[in-house]
Design a protein around this ligand. Structure first.
Ligand SMILES: Cc1cc2nc3c(=O)[nH]c(=O)nc-3n(C[C@H](O)[C@H](O)[C@H](O)COP(=O)(O)OP(=O)(O)OC[C@H]3O[C@@H](n4cnc5c(N)ncnc54)[C@H](O)[C@@H]3O)c2cc1C
Length: 402
């Protein structure tokens, strides 16, 4: 690693810290009845709080730092993104209401939208007045996303498209007013062997007739994501984002950013490990004298620190104009493992009561650790499953033969 934060980065950090010092304590106080139970309530259980916090961040122009200034952002540099995620993690900033909207959908609209589309959709994403979801995955199109088959066929007069098909695993679709969806406008592309072509991006009004949203009950007992069914849904041509057939490019642009933003995870994982040890000291101190447990704690601590350094090395490369490669996919792989190890360690170290869920008498920390144990399965799937990351590393970094 061979970089130092610039004076601008340090000023950015100080301004953000001053904002959080001032705004977070009264906010947390106001929402205190939920505070220590957030992790036990799941994302959908704290949406009101997330909405209020996004608005508070937006008041200080801290909600969408990547967006240009004219749309309420700060056009943050890569280094500032890292500073931001680290500071937000250090202060344990609550989550926001429109995470997908701000991180992925907004930047796509900024890049590809017409002036009219930007004026119509960016403000409600930013001020959290309308919720947004992202509709890519289908039953036969996950890792192999280009296999998507939900069709959008243009009407003869060109005024609208007629959509039929099914999406799945769409987070928070049950509360979304809008969604960014990928549809197949050329159904012949798959059989012609050019499946990345013939895909178009649409902004979908989730209240249109013919859309049915069915929440999926998960192993946690909550319903974060949904199936979305389309039956002869008419989407106006004015709600197409980018040119017809250009959907792959439109939607991948925002997703393709270097993921050095995961730098904040090192801080929150280290905090989680410390919190677990503190709870274990109070609830089940004998476990911490077990040499096998002590070894697992030490290993986790080392892995978290090593992954933090991996991300900083990626940042150093990116700042020099190089790709954060292969450190970024390696770090993604690491976070998947570390999250699972931490979740498993928690149940072993807390003893039998650690496995009690929210609502059970004696549940520790509102059942947060037990909930986390099942929830963390997602880290090896979301944002690219472990096996697919391994394939990429084997192919592109290790250059193994297929
Ligand atoms: C918490 C969460 C939230 C999500 N939210 C959204 C959302 O808002 N919108 C949305 O569109 N999607 C969302 N998804 C879906 C997510 O994008 C997909 O789950 C992901 O792309 C994997 O696709 P899949 O589930 O179809 O699994 P598959 O791709 O079918 O994979 C199944 C298994 O096969 C393995 N596998 C697949 N291909 C290969 C290969 N080439 N080589 C070796 N092994 C392979 C995988 O690693 C995995 O173990 C969400 C998922 C999660 C977990």
């Amino acid at each position: 690693m061979d970089f130092a934060w610039s004076p601008e980065d340090l000023a950015f950090k100080e301004e953000l810290e001053a904002f959080l010092e001032k705004e977070m304590p009264p906010f947390i106080e106001r929402w205190s009845e939920n505070e220590d139970l957030d992790a036990s309530r799941g994302v959908m259980g704290v949406m009101d709080k997330r909405k209020a916090w996004q608005n508070k961040l937006n008041e200080g122009r801290w909600a969408a730092i990547l967006w240009p200034e004219e749309w309420g952002g700060r056009a943050a540099t890569t280094a500032q993104q890292v500073v931001y995620t680290q500071v937000m993690a250090k202060y344990r900033s609550p989550g926001i209401f429109n995470a997908n909207g701000i991180v992925q959908i907004g930047p796509s609209i900024i890049t590809w939208g017409t002036d009219e589309q930007k004026a119509r959709w960016l403000p409600p994403i930013l001020d959290a007045s309308e919720h947004w979801c992202q509709g890519f995955s289908e039953p036969q199109a996950g890792s192999d996303l280009a296999n998507l088959r939900t069709t959008a066929i243009k009407a003869n007069d060109g005024s609208h498209y007629v959509v039929n098909g099914q999406k799945t695993w769409i987070s928070s679709a049950q509360i979304a007013k809008w969604g960014l969806f990928l549809m197949r406008t050329d159904p012949t592309a798959i059989e012609r062997g050019v499946k990345h072509e013939g895909i178009t991006t649409f902004i979908v009004d989730m209240e249109l007739p013919g859309i049915e949203v069915r929440p999926i009950r998960e192993i946690t007992g909550d319903s974060l994501f949904c199936e979305v069914f389309f039956t002869d849904v008419r989407i106006p041509d004015s709600d197409r984002l980018g040119d017809e057939g250009n959907g792959w490019l439109v939607s991948m642009g925002a997703l393709g950013q270097e993921r050095v933003g995961s730098a904040g995870q090192a801080i929150s994982m280290a905090q989680d490990l410390r919190a677990l040890l503190q709870t274990a000291r109070a609830e089940n101190p004998d476990a911490l004298r077990d040499p096998a447990i002590r070894e697992r704690v030490a290993k986790l601590h080392i892995q978290i620190e090593a992954t933090r350094l991996l991300i900083m090395r990626a940042l150093s490369k990116v700042l020099k104009g190089e790709k954060g490669w292969p450190e970024v996919p390696l770090a993604k792989l690491q976070w998947g493992y570390i999250s699972l190890w931490l979740a498993e360690l928690a149940l072993d170290v807390l003893g039998p009561t650690g496995a009690l869920l929210k609502g059970a008498p004696g549940a520790i920390d509102g059942g947060m650790w037990a909930r986390n144990y099942v929830w963390q399965r997602y880290t090896t799937i979301g944002a690219g499953p472990t096996e697919v990351q391994k394939n990429i590393i084997a192919d592109r970094a290790l250059k193994l033969e297929r």
